[in-house]
Design a binder for this molecule. Structure first.
Ligand SMILES: Cc1cc2nc3c(=O)[nH]c(=O)nc-3n(C[C@H](O)[C@H](O)[C@H](O)COP(=O)(O)O)c2cc1C
Ligand code: SF4
Length: 647
């Protein structure tokens, strides 16, 4: 309902352009393009979905402006260094404008994070990489600086030729412009280094050059770092960052996008433990010093947050990246009062991590991402089946709910049984681990709503028995009841707790407990208990890697918490003996004895064998989610979706 969010849905102004609302889909690298710089059909279909979703401005992914690929930071990054890319880019501009949004193209030289296909990256000064993934720095020469300015100007010319309404420059997180602006990476003694004013010189030359090239008709904005979070390494002070925004405005920037942190900052920025709206104070401070429109993304996942921020004069535009990867239709759904239908981003950062494996982005909660142009993925609605089936779903966790909603939308008649009173399965346990984790329940609530809207019959508190299966006589049974705990035969039962006992039933294990299996679940239990305090925990993991199934964003945070709480972590360690209350563990360092009062089982295994007898009750039997193979939430949702698409 637009009336509920009068600020978000009021018109805005950037330069000479009027926007229909205050929502800007933020630049998002996808790795969908082909790898040679040309845009792909997949990228165009994705951009079309974003434009149809109702945002006032839709920004493209960053396009690299130089032919050598020093600015190229992702294998599938779009290019704008030659006129031959104009026709492809024009298709993106067209598809955005045709669907009622202003089209904004981002020009991005990745600098410290660039040279993805080279063996070096360009930097103002040689400052060793903190993230080993990135290339060895080489100091950029004066001639190369001049060339970089020209490359940006030529890129801007091509952007206008391609028909874009607006141009955005990106000077954030370790990209070229930001490395000049930051005192952490700019140690130059020529006119491009020194004071903040001199460190901004490259940015100023780029803004002025681009503005002169494109004229007043095409607004030019810039993304800059509002706060670098690099205090531990001599990065810019907040005052210097504010100064960089003022300098950008003076150079002619028509809007300013405030961003937070560098990729190598050691403070969490976009994970669930960062409360929604937390970073707005940075934008608010910057807005006090400038006159052009200010915008910000960063964990503004619910509309009341930017609505208030715009109303309070903290920002002028709401930028949204991950919330709109998860659901490009978010603006339309807010406008028409269908907020409960928004597919909620859970800040898991799977999309982001995929970029660094050189893979196209995927979304945990929206399996149709990257398939918007393929009818069978149902982004614009599913085709109904000719012969609907009666289907029983056993289990109301994420895989079962996702399956049921898709299959029901295709016309099947679905009955879903959940043995517990609440839907959600192990996601309910995961939501208790740490602050912010309750957001994991948002997709459960969304999927429950989708099921109900699609006519799925949901029965909670009902254990599926052979009588029920016989009575239902279903055409297909889908088992989605989660994993079972991997047993540990060598210890007596009174010494053993499972992760479900602790996270689900609130049982308290003894003070001196050993967690068997350092996978995501094992670490989650350790974090959960550490936060309660009073435990002396050991984690034993056979493999050499802790949290092998976890997203690096969260693994990093969990390990920090465990280290702080002095959890004893033994990797590459196999339990070879249990006697009374002592484990003998074999590792590369030899045999270790670990005394314990309790053992916590965190390993999981599939329940396929336990359910094989079910075959007798139906022609078709399927296993999805953890029941098929214990994995993560995204796998459960994707399993359910994919089976729902084809059954
Ligand atoms: C998959 C992914 C790709 C991104 N690509 C870009 C990019 O090309 N250029 C850019 O300036 N920011 C990029 N960002 C940063 C986002 O635009 C945004 O600032 C950030 O995700 C925080 O906003 P959010 O909380 O709304 O996601 C990317 C973020 C993600 C998750
Ligand atoms: S992958 Fe995760 S972080 Fe990225 S958009 Fe989807 S839910 Fe959000």
């Amino acid at each position: 309902m637009k009336e509920r969010y009068p600020y978000i849905f009021s018109q805005g102004k950037i330069g000479s352009l009027i926007t229909k609302n205050r929502i800007k889909y933020a630049a998002t690298e996808t790795n969908f393009p082909y790898g040679d710089g040309y845009v792909s059909e997949r990228e165009i279909a994705y951009m079309e979905a974003q434009a149809k979703g109702g945002a006032g401005i839709v920004t493209t992914q960053g396009a690299y402006p130089d032919p050598k690929g020093e600015g190229k930071g992702f294998k599938g990054m779009m290019a704008i260094y030659d006129d031959r890319f104009i026709p492809g880019l024009a298709r993106i501009a067209d598809v955005i404008k045709k669907n009622g949004a202003l089209s904004c193209i981002q020009i991005l030289h990745c600098g410290r994070e660039g040279g993805v296909e080279l063996d070096y990256c360009l930097m103002p000064s040689i400052v060793p990489q903190r993230l080993s993934y990135f290339k060895k720095p080489r100091e950029i020469t004066k001639d190369e600086i001049k060339q970089a300015v020209k490359d940006h100007i030529q890129a801007a010319r091509r952007a206008v030729d391609a028909g874009f309404d607006m141009i955005e420059l990106s000077g954030i997180v370790g990209y070229l412009l930001s490395t000049f602006i930051s005192s952490y990476t700019n140690k130059r003694t020529d006119e491009y280094g020194g004071s903040i004013k001199d460190r901004c010189r490259l940015m100023v030359e780029v803004i002025q050059g681009v503005k002169t090239q494109v004229g007043e008709r095409v607004p030019v904005g810039i993304r800059l770092c509002g706060i670098e979070l690099l205090d531990d390494r001599g990065g810019n002070t907040f005052e210097e960052s504010i100064e960089s925004f003022k300098i950008a405005e003076e150079a002619g920037a028509d809007y300013l996008s405030v961003t937070i942190g560098w990729h190598e900052s050691s403070i969490p920025v976009i994970t669930r433990d960062v409360p929604m709206g937390h970073w707005l104070y940075v934008a608010g401070e910057i807005k006090k010093h400038v006159h052009v429109p200010v915008m910000m993304a960063f964990r503004q996942f619910l509309p009341h947050i930017p609505e208030k921020a715009i109303g309070d004069g903290i920002i002028d535009f709401w930028e949204a990246c991950r919330p709109m990867i998860a659901d490009p239709e978010m603006p339309n759904k807010i406008a028409s009062g269908r907020e409960e239908e928004i597919i909620p981003c859970i800040a898991c950062n799977l999309c982001f991590s995929r970029l660094y494996y050189h893979q196209p982005i995927m979304c945990s909660v929206r399996p149709s991402l990257g398939h918007e142009g393929e009818l069978e993925w149902g982004y614009y609605g599913f085709k109904r089946v000719d012969r609907p089936k009666n289907i029983i779903v056993v289990g109301g966790g994420p895989s079962g709910l996702q399956f049921a909603s898709v299959a029901a939308k295709r016309g099947h008649k679905i009955k879903l049984f959940e043995k517990d009173d609440a839907l959600g399965g192990d996601t309910i346990l995961a939501s208790k681990i740490d602050s912010g984790e309750e957001e994991l329940l948002r997709p459960i609530r969304y999927l429950e709503g989708e099921c109900r809207r699609a006519g799925v019959e949901i029965k909670t508190g009902v254990l599926v028995t052979s009588e029920i299966l016989m009575r239902e006589n279903a055409d297909a049974i889908v088992v989605a009841n989660g994993a079972k705990t991997r047993r540990f035969k060598d210890a007596s039962d009174n010494l053993v707790w499972t992760y479900k006992d602790i996270l689900g039933e609130g049982k308290k294990p003894p003070k001196k407990s050993v967690i068997i299996d350092g996978c995501g679940v094992g670490l989650a239990v350790a974090v959960f208990l550490s936060r309660q305090g009073g435990f002396e925990l050991t984690i034993i993991e056979e493999g050499n890697r802790l949290g092998r199934d976890m997203n690096p964003f969260y693994l990093w945070r969990f390990i920090q918490i465990l280290k702080r709480n002095m959890v004893n972590i033994l990797t590459g360690s196999k339990i070879i003996d249990v006697k009374d209350k002592t484990l003998t563990v074999k590792s590369s360092k030899g045999k270790i004895r670990v005394d314990f009062e309790g053992l916590i089982l965190a390993g999981r295994e599939s329940s396929v064998e336990d359910f094989s007898g079910i075959k007798a009750y139906s022609k078709e039997l399927y296993f999805i989610g953890d029941a098929k193979k214990p994995r993560r939430l995204n796998n459960a949702i994707h399993d359910g979706f994919r089976l729902g698409m084809v059954i």
